[in-house]
Ligand binder design. Structure first.
Ligand SMILES: Cc1ncc(COP(=O)(O)O)c(C=O)c1O
Length: 443
């Protein structure tokens, strides 16, 4: 294939309305990727780019992994699709069983979706329907957290706490309240791993319960580490406290592990890392290594059981997607789980995390760096915004890194990093060396 050919007039850049992208700016100077293998992308002009972001936080095993590629090829030739409602295919059951076996505690039922956004909306619906099934239908409020990201469905943006993702779209869901974000730079700047300050912020939930009454609250949803907003690591003991308050008031706790799941923290899930058991968990991204779209909701036994009452000849949950448990996605996920296990990638991430931490914190003191945060193989470097031009300094760093063959991600004036778990120490050095050079050049 000739990767350098320019689009024909019938295949120009206009038609594709790109998501979360400055369309007009991008189309003037497109950044096109045409191939990927292991830790590197190849650009349309033939350059190699180190992947510092696992695509979009999703390619945890790196790119073009043979076992996953073969599984997808085989599956699409054997069974391309099977109806998802009132019919089944073996790989969906096999995958659910494999996932249930690796999940913490009694999270042992799996509802498949096609994305993180769908997983979040599904989990919120399950939470509401669960309380209703138990005769507590008054529990309809959903509690999110400021700066949270839970995808782009109406449920997700309602409980999410990033104003730019909400303001264009009207009122969204009613009956939603938000905890405060867990971040205060004056108390936490340059913390290594979990900040010591901030556990008390979980007590906000008591205030919200006092305001609305527990009998009206269905669930609290948080990302264990709030990643999309720029990597806010939970303060020590914060998640434990949230769990205890939820237990006290019969409120379900949902962990959105769309990013944290599948080894990002060096454990299968963040729930394992923090030793805190959620009632529902949402995942996507790393479940298939980003190869085929897939998401899932994991539910504890008591939640599934609450639905499995009444006459057998009824549909217990009126919810699902045409592509829930799609055969090709299931095949990709099974091969992904094999790859993670056979290559010990979660353990590898855990072993590399201290090196990663030292490497990212070595950037302290560089021009405009106001904070650095890290956990597992996740990191963030927060920059002082250019006066009058928020986001521009970080975005210019992103462009400069890309020119130098390194892919980073920015959100606001924060550089966010989450490499594939196959990254090695030389590549970590290269990643942070390039970012350091760019920040010095920007000074
Ligand atoms: C925590 C979290 N939840 C949900 C989503 C949405 O996932 P998707 O983009 O697959 O809909 C994301 C995406 O980054 C996420 O980080």
């Amino acid at each position: 294939m000739d990767h350098t050919e320019t689009p024909s007039p019938t295949n120009n850049l206009e038609a594709f309305w790109m998501p979360f992208t400055m369309n007009r700016q991008f189309k003037k100077a497109p950044r096109m990727l045409v191939a990927a293998k292991d830790m590197y992308y190849t650009t349309q002009d033939g350059r190699s780019v180190l992947d510092g972001t696992a695509g979009l936080w999703c390619c945890n095993a790196g790119h073009g992994r043979p076992k996953i590629v073969e599984a997808v090829q085989r599956q699409v030739a054997e069974l391309d699709y099977a109806p998802a409602f009132q019919m089944g295919h073996p790989k969906a059951f096999e995958l659910a069983s494999r996932l249930a076996a690796m999940l913490p505690g009694d999270l042992n039922h799996v509802f498949f979706t096609n994305s993180g956004s769908e997983a979040v909306d599904t989990a919120l619906k399950i939470a509401l329907a669960y309380h209703r099934a138990r005769g507590e239908g008054s529990r309809q409020r959903l509690i999110g957290r400021e700066r949270g990201y839970h995808g782009v469905g109406f449920g997700g943006i309602s409980v999410g706490g990033i104003s730019s993702n909400r303001k264009q779209f009207g009122m969204a869901l009613g009956g939603v309240d938000h905890l405060a974000a867990t971040y205060d730079r004056s108390q936490q700047a340059f913390s290594r791993g979990q900040p010591a300050w901030g556990a008390h912020l979980a007590d906000e939930l008591e205030r919200i319960v006092a305001l609305h009454d527990a009998s009206t609250i269905a669930a609290v949803i948080v990302e264990p580490v709030a990643c999309s907003t720029g990597v806010l690591v939970p303060p020590k003991a914060y998640l434990e406290r949230l769990r205890a308050i939820c237990d006290r008031h019969g409120i379900l706790l949902i962990f959105d592990e769309v990013i944290c799941g599948f080894g990002r923290l060096g454990t299968p899930f963040a729930a394992d890392y923090f030793g805190v058991q959620p009632d529902l968990m949402t995942v996507a991204k790393g479940i298939t290594n980003g190869v085929i779209p897939m998401g899932a909701v994991f539910a504890r036994q008591k939640i599934y059981d609450a639905f499995m009452q009444g006459p057998e000849g009824t549909i217990e949950l009126f919810h699902g997607y045409t592509y829930s448990g799609h055969p090709v996605a299931c095949a990709a996920a099974l091969a992904t789980l094999d790859t993670y296990r056979e290559e010990g990638l979660f353990e590898r991430a855990a072993a590399l995390a201290p090196y990663w931490e030292d490497a990212i914190h070595s950037l302290k003191g560089l021009p405009h760096v106001v904070d650095i945060r890290n956990l597992g193989l996740i990191g963030a470097i927060e920059l002082d915004p250019l006066p009058g031009a928020p986001t521009r300094r970080a975005f210019e760093a992103f462009l400069a890194c890309y020119e130098r063959g390194v892919m980073i991600r920015t959100t606001g004036d924060i550089i966010a990093l989450s490499p594939p778990l196959i990254i090695d120490k030389t590549q970590i050095d290269h990643l942070f060396g390039t970012i350091a050079d760019v920040l010095k050049a920007q000074a």
